[in-house]
Design a binder for this molecule. Structure first.
Ligand code: GUN
Ligand code: ZN
Length: 446
């Protein structure tokens, strides 16, 4: 268990965040040059200029990050923890990749000890890269869910996950049934949902691996537990989309399959959304569901180009995500970098402030979590990241020394291409520098 910090601490740094929801992140960004963040008992109690806050909080212990940039803890809206060990496997597109690499790997997670070991390593990756909240797919095994929630709870991380459900079109060793999927999901909801900072997400993997009976059973739970999230995949790959058409001939579209089973609402996260029909975009907007843009995965599996213009045109919520292990990096800024390139291919400019919004206040607001995460407002948890824009020779050469609102934007943009976990000097969760704690634990064990 990592020790808690219950005193008042004042962090001095340049600070950037979005204090509220906005459609114009560039206009509404809040920037404090030589700012301060005051933290007490796991939460933020004040934010403002260093000079003013030093006067207002004389009791606070000073932690000086002058010359560094504090941003909110990052939210990764879609990734798979059992796929950590199979990141960057050569050569196939979605359906073959699932069969050849993913399913055999996920089999290992029936073992609780193995699940705990990989959960720990997975969380280290998130924290090293500044991610403090994640929407995670485990495996079909209850043990994998328990392992991830337990490890996340140890550092009071706001974790969202839920048992993957699949009762067909995958190897026997990974199949559940409509009844066991419903029963196990319900047991796990009762155990973990809103227990500490944890939240549950019903997780049918994707329409092809769930029968109508299973989707109906999970739809019942969705209605019974309206505050529980739903996460699944939607319209990623042309072969997958054709398959869904064949499997569900009576449904108007891929999204309609989920809709029919009460799974499309404001707590629903749909991974990919690459090849949607107009009425599917319209329905996403109408329900307040979120389209999750996974650029590195979409390029890696050759799935297609997310059309950010279309999502914006329809007013659909967009969140960014790594989708590890089809995604090739745990780093959310690098993920934005690839999103930017996908925009370039379609003649759409995505600013880094839009990108930052899609990994902080944007998803926090879409998911109804903005009082806890996604920003640095007083009352929110002290989940934040300290970026060091000058971590190596190249970044020292490229990134301006003095941070202003314009240079902060330039620095974040540069770090999206030349940065990595070395630019993340510290990751705080509920007021504790967990990046430091993990390093110390790893050092002690070595
Ligand atoms: N569709 C169904 N399962 C998966 C998965 O594990 N990764 C990706 N990228 N797409 C999927
Ligand atoms: Zn995925």
């Amino acid at each position: 268990m990592i020790s808690m910090n219950d005193n008042t601490t004042l962090y001095r740094a340049d600070i950037l965040h979005f204090s509220r929801s906005t459609h114009t992140p560039k206009k509404d960004v809040c920037f404090f040059r030589d700012g301060a963040l005051v933290v007490r008992e796991k939460k933020i109690v004040d934010i403002g200029s260093f000079k003013e806050l030093l006067e207002n909080h004389p009791e606070a212990t000073l932690v000086d990050y002058s010359g560094k940039l504090i941003i909110p803890g990052l939210i990764d809206s879609h990734l798979h923890f059992p796929q950590t060990e199979m990141i960057a496997k050569y050569g196939s597109q979605l359906l073959d990749w699932l069969e050849n690499y993913t399913f055999p790997t996920e089999q290992k997670f029936s073992n609780p000890e193995y699940s705990r070991d990989i959960a720990q390593k997975f969380l280290s990756q998130l924290i090293n890269n500044g991610t403090t909240t994640a929407f995670v797919y485990p495996s079909v095994h209850k043990a994998s869910v328990d392992a991830l929630f337990t490890c996340a709870s140890d550092m009071e991380m706001a974790m969202v996950t839920g048992k993957v459900c699949m009762d067909r079109h995958c190897p026997d060793y990974l199949q559940d049934t409509p009844t066991t999927a419903q029963k196990d999901s319900q047991v796990l909801i009762d155990k973990w949902h809103e227990n500490g900072r944890n939240r549950y997400a019903l997780t049918p993997r994707f329409a092809p691996t769930s029968s109508e009976a299973q989707l109906a059973a999970l739809g019942e739970l969705a209605q019974q537990y309206p505050s529980v999230f739903i996460q699944t995949h939607l319209s990623e790959n042309h072969g997958e989309i054709e398959w869904v058409k064949q499997l569900f001939p009576n449904h108007e579209s891929y999204l309609d399959v989920y809709d029919n089973f009460h799974m499309v609402h404001s707590k629903s996260l749909f991974g990919h959304c690459l090849h949607l029909h107009e009425h599917e975009w319209e329905r996403l907007r109408e329900t307040g569901a979120t389209a999750v843009f996974c650029p590195t995965s979409n390029l890696f599996l050759g799935s297609g180009l997310f059309c950010i213009d279309k999502a914006n045109q329809y007013g659909v919520n967009i969140a960014l995500a790594t989708d590890v292990g089809a995604g090739t990096s745990f780093n959310m800024l690098k993920t934005f970098g690839e999103a930017y390139k996908i925009g370039q291919l379609q003649n759409t400019k995505i600013s880094v402030l839009e990108g930052l919004y899609m990994m902080t206040q944007g998803p926090a607001t879409y998911y109804g979590l903005e009082n806890d995460i996604g920003n640095l407002n007083p009352g929110s948890y002290a989940d934040f990241v300290v970026l060091n824009p000058h971590f190596d020779e190249l970044s020292k050469l490229r990134c301006p020394k003095s941070i202003s609102i314009d240079s902060a934007e330039d620095i974040l943009f540069a770090l999206s291409f030349i940065g990595d976990d070395r630019a993340v000097q510290a990751t705080y969760i509920a007021g504790t520098n967990v990046k430091k704690s993990i390093k110390e634990q790893q050092y002690a064990m070595a």
